[in-house]
Design a binder for this molecule. Structure first.
Ligand SMILES: NC(=O)c1ccc[n+]([C@@H]2O[C@H](COP(=O)([O-])OP(=O)(O)OC[C@H]3O[C@@H](n4cnc5c(N)ncnc54)[C@H](OP(=O)(O)O)[C@@H]3O)[C@@H](O)[C@H]2O)c1
Length: 249
């Protein structure tokens, strides 16, 4: 028996990295998947490699009207939603001395406002007993230099998830989050850093991880499958660190 047979899953940031690996795994496990991203060309590319029952929907999570559109498209096509995976995010670093209002606004609009508004839009359409899953990060548990706004955004999201867990208790909806450590995805190339700096940063992160390496998107996708499936039926309100032990030392 497949773990998500006939379940409807909506995934944001699904054209790349963790979201894409999860879309592939959910499809393999029998889900109908709404694959969402902010760039049509990227969605068209991934549509060529995905197999199964899916649609793509272009939606910029920082725009409230796009979140509404995403949920409308999902429900028009598949009816009710079982799994809402709010994964889209950005992580550009900036030391506090260089923070600008634009930097702050961009990160908070995408990493905090986006998933909160998407959850609000989706709530009436999520089946009782469904699941809302977020991608956080271990950064808000640590103190990585230069990641002040990014860490604050994921910490804010974590605080919101505790409230959401209470708010949906009468409907049996489970709210969980994954906190990845350093995972090899395209996100590092999107941080506005030179290749040398990215390589140095990568080495330093890997050295700090007790398992001594970056994780893979597929390793996060397996956790996203576990938390969305009946295997995690009594797991609710948690933030699961999938980080090779980095948050624990
Ligand atoms: N990789 C890591 O080491 C790591 C560690 C901890 C947490 N995370 C978190 O994991 C999540 C996924 O990141 P990833 O590593 O898989 O990076 P990724 O490959 O860059 O994927 C991020 C996805 O989010 C999308 N996105 C960004 N802004 C968006 C917006 N405004 N509207 C809609 N989609 C948007 C990206 O679209 P584009 O392709 O158009 O940019 C991309 O599809 C993020 O929330 C990130 O903070 C990652």
């Amino acid at each position: 028996m497949k773990k998500l047979e006939n379940k409807v899953a909506v995934i944001t940031g699904a054209n790349s990295g963790i979201g894409l690996a999860t879309a592939k795994l959910y499809l393999q496990e029998g889900a109908k998947v709404v694959v969402s991203g902010r760039r049509q060309e990227a969605l068209d590319e991934v549509a060529k490699e995905l197999e199964g029952d899916f649609i793509t929907v272009k939606a910029d999570v920082s725009k409230p009207e796009d979140n509404k559109h995403l949920i409308q498209e999902a429900t028009n096509k598949y009816g009710k939603i079982d799994v809402l995976f709010l994964n889209a995010g950005i992580a550009p670093p900036t030391p506090t001395t260089d923070i600008t209002v634009d930097h702050y606004t961009e990160i908070f609009d995408i990493n905090v406002k986006g998933p909160i508004i998407a959850a609000k839009e989706a709530l009436p359409h999520i089946n009782d007993g469904g699941t809302i899953l977020f991608t956080n990060s271990i950064v808000h548990q640590k103190g990585f230099e230069g990641y002040g706004i990014y860490s604050a955004s994921k910490g804010a999201l974590r605080a919101y998830q505790r409230v959401l867990t209470s708010e949906v208790k009468s409907r049996g909806i489970r709210v969980n989050a994954i906190a990845p450590g350093p995972i090899e995805t395209p996100i590092y190339g999107k941080m506005g850093l030179s290749e040398d700096v990215i390589e140095e940063m990568g080495k330093s992160f890997a050295e700090q991880v007790p398992l001594g390496r970056f994780g893979t998107s597929e390793e996060i996708a397996k956790s996203a499958l576990f938390l969305a499936s009946e295997d995690a039926s009594y797991i609710n309100g948690v933030e699961l660190e999938v980080d090779g032990g980095l948050s624990q030392i």
